[in-house]
Design a protein around this ligand. Structure first.
Ligand code: ADP
Ligand code: MG
Length: 674
């Protein structure tokens, strides 16, 4: 569409100011939706004067009851809740309003406040008309005022409104009874009433998700169509033999995901698979099997992890897994000595090294593989999109498997990783006893430590996690140091205490970890460097100091360090949360050990941005739609987009003509992806 410069009153300067708001075309102006509407006064009930006329927004919490009195007089009564306050609302002689009062729905009522009775005598339910009360409010800047923007939008409608075409396929508009595009865009700015606004918003939310999913599915198709993906024809017999020799039997879920991965390896399509599984569900062994399959097909594999400790740990377990086999595994990290490094790089280049294990930094380095077939990244919960890009840019086209232990709520998974296939390990190895989590206040720590002493006497080990002090890593370390000294005093000489923190050299960390693994130390005081992946099954106790300083996802990760063996495990959260959300978080942890439940609750308590870290996440930002609030719509939009992409040459079908050309234009503008 045309530039906003065609509108009266938009000169160079104003055009620039609009551009700063992200408004360049008429289309982007028309879809620059208000973030709220003026009529809704968010006022504290306590502040409202007796008999004052106010507009209140809240939820209907009791059904509307109508009573008759006198000659033809009626009273309609119901209760409404604003924040936590519940109050009575009565309408006199407007019986027809009853249909507008729907239990559990949000409602905006205008009326007269009775402070003594804490009740509202209703005069109007918005919006029964009255357009001004719905004046839109936009995010604006110093250079563009509300009135200016509103004026420009009105102007744009007058001049270009007729050109707004329906872009959704008619069948979808009908199926979901959506408002027409033109009407909806108009109503988003200037709704006649609450109901019209709701209908408009419903349509816009669907459209946003649907268009996004259309693009995502398009990407997915493009990936799939890439016929230059690798065919890894692995040796099924060798693979079976390997699996049979494992010290345990795979769980059904492990078997299932292994099959899914193997099918991808074999096919010429370019694997992009996300392997999700709660902490302790046994993803490492699945990775090992996939890598082994790759090797039997004559290719090399790489395993990347976020920390050196983890790389070291994987190295050890792989070396023992492949001990009796003709498989060469190498470890490459920041602390690999120059000489050894040279040697390893040469081995990767000439193909004598089969599996390379390293930190995520590996892909940024000058590593040159002879024949790379599969890249697996472990604990893949922060990177996603970025890493995929880096791989592509390096010109590597291996199959890719992303493993994550942070269970991603389904809604986020289909948004952030929508172009990937997802495999799920939804079962823990047999014999695991759920971790028992307790929340105590700081004064009880002493009691906890005495109890811990008894538990340790049974031969188990314990982690003590120290709080993260955001302002300074140095303070963090000092704090851990202090707790370490105190615990030494308390537990030694019966039990030995080790200390691990981020300021230590990699070799020191390794040594401390080794001592803990070997049970030379029974207690490991650590900052969150221990957060992901570490596997010491004999450790059954975890104490997290100042647990309220951690996010839920992180607490769940930390807790996952215990409960990895066959003995009962305990996690003690020591915290004195200052607010309700903090208390709620502690409660969630004590109530469930299911990572999916934890992350759903986390999402609800914190919002999606924080879980992923907005910018890194690759999560698109939607204008109006909210992936939590409108999760079902997202799901539906995804299904519809998928089914359209399943139709061969859908772009040529008349029903999708407008949609196809809209998407083609949007691609140029790059609306969703950077
Ligand atoms: P995560 O999914 O958190 O990375 P790991 O791969 O570290 O979990 O596995 C956790 C522990 O469970 C390890 O000690 C591993 O050897 C063990 N394990 C994995 N699969 C099974 C299984 N099928 N039966 C018994 N133990 C298993
Ligand atoms: Mg792991």
């Amino acid at each position: 569409m045309q530039s906003v410069a065609v509108l009266a009153g938009v000169g160079k300067k104003r055009q620039q100011a609009l551009a700063e708001l992200g408004i360049e075309s008429i289309e982007s102006l028309l879809t620059y939706y208000p973030f709220r509407y003026e009529d809704v006064q968010q006022r504290q009930l306590a502040e409202i004067q007796d008999q004052e006329k106010v507009t209140l927004k809240g939820t209907v919490v009791s059904p509307a009851v109508m009573s008759r009195f006198g000659y033809k007089k009626t009273r309609l009564q119901f209760r409404m809740m604003q924040d936590r306050d519940v109050f009575q609302v009565s309408f006199f002689n407007q019986p027809y309003l009853k249909d507008k009062i729907i239990l559990s729905e949000e409602i905006v009522v205008y009326g007269k406040w009775d402070a003594k009775r804490k009740a509202l005598t209703g005069m109007k339910i918005f919006g029964s008309g009255k357009q001004d009360s719905f004046a839109p409010v936009y995010h604006v800047s110093k250079k563009i005022r509300q009135a200016t923007l509103q004026d420009l939008i009105k102007q744009a409608f007058a001049q270009f409104g007729e050109q707004i075409e329906e872009i959704l396929p008619v069948q979808l508009v009908d199926k979901y009874r959506l408002m027409e595009r033109k009407q909806a865009i108009y109503a988003m700015h200037f709704p006649d009433d609450m109901d019209t606004y709701r209908q408009a918003k419903r349509r816009v939310v669907f459209e946003e998700f649907f268009l996004f999913q259309m693009k995502l599915q398009g990407l997915k198709q493009a990936e799939k169509a890439e016929v230059n993906g690798l065919c890894l024809s692995y040796d099924a017999k060798q693979l079976k033999a390997f699996i049979q020799k494992l010290p345990f039997e795979l769980t059904d879920a492990q078997k299932r995901v292994t099959n899914e991965i193997c099918a991808d390896l074999k096919s010429p399509k370019h694997m992009q698979r996300l392997l999700q599984g709660d902490v302790g569900s046994g993803k490492t062994i699945v990775a090992a099997i996939a890598l082994y399959a790759t090797i039997t097909a004559g290719f090399q594999g790489a395993l990347m992890v976020p920390t050196e400790i983890l790389a070291q740990q994987h190295m050890e377990s792989f070396v023992s897994l492949f001990a009796a086999m003709d498989v060469t595994v190498a470890l490459l990290t920041g602390s690999t000595k120059t000489k050894e490094r040279k040697h390893i790089l040469a081995g990767i280049k000439d193909g004598s090294i089969d599996i390379l294990i390293g930190t995520h930094a590996l892909i940024q380095e000058d590593v040159d593989f002879a024949q790379l077939g599969l890249v697996i990244t472990d604990e893949q919960h922060r990177f996603g999109v970025n890493q995929r890009k880096v791989l592509r840019e390096k010109g590597w086209k291996p199959d890719v498997l992303f493993m994550t232990a942070t269970p991603i709520p389904r809604t986020l998974a289909i948004t952030a990783y929508g172009e990937m296939d997802v495999s799920l390990i939804d079962e823990l190895p047999k014999g695991r006893i759920p971790i028992e989590t307790r929340w105590v206040r700081p004064p009880q720590l002493d009691t906890v430590l005495h109890w811990a002493k008894k538990e340790l006497a049974k031969g188990h080990q314990m982690y003590v996690i120290c709080p993260l002090i955001e302002e300074s890593e140095m303070l963090d370390v000092q704090n851990a140091q202090k707790i370490y000294e105190e615990l030494k005093e308390f537990f030694e000489p019966i039990n030995a205490v080790g200390l691990l923190h981020g300021k230590m050299k990699p070799s020191e960390k390794e040594q401390v970890m080794e001592q803990f693994k070997e049970n030379q130390t029974q207690i490991l005081v650590s900052t969150t460097v221990i957060e992901v992946g570490v596997n010491v099954p004999n450790a059954t106790l975890m104490i997290i100091i100042d647990a309220d300083r951690f996010g839920l996802a992180q607490l769940h990760q930390l807790r996952g360090r215990v409960g990895r063996g066959v003995s009962a495990s305990y996690c003690i959260l020591v915290a004195n949360p200052k607010n309700e959300v903090g208390k709620e978080r502690m409660k969630v942890m004590t109530e469930t050990t299911n990572g999916f439940v934890v992350s759903e609750r986390d999402l609800a308590l914190r919002g999606p941005g924080e879980i992923f870290g907005q910018r890194q996440s690759g999560l698109p930002e939607f204008l109006i739609a909210d992936i939590v609030e409108h999760a079902t719509v997202l799901e539906v939009a995804k299904q519809e987009a998928e089914s359209i992409w399943q139709q061969k040459d859908w772009k040529l079908l008349p029903a999708f003509h407008a949609l196809a050309s809209y998407l083609a234009n949007a691609r140029k503008e790059n609306v969703f992806f950077d």
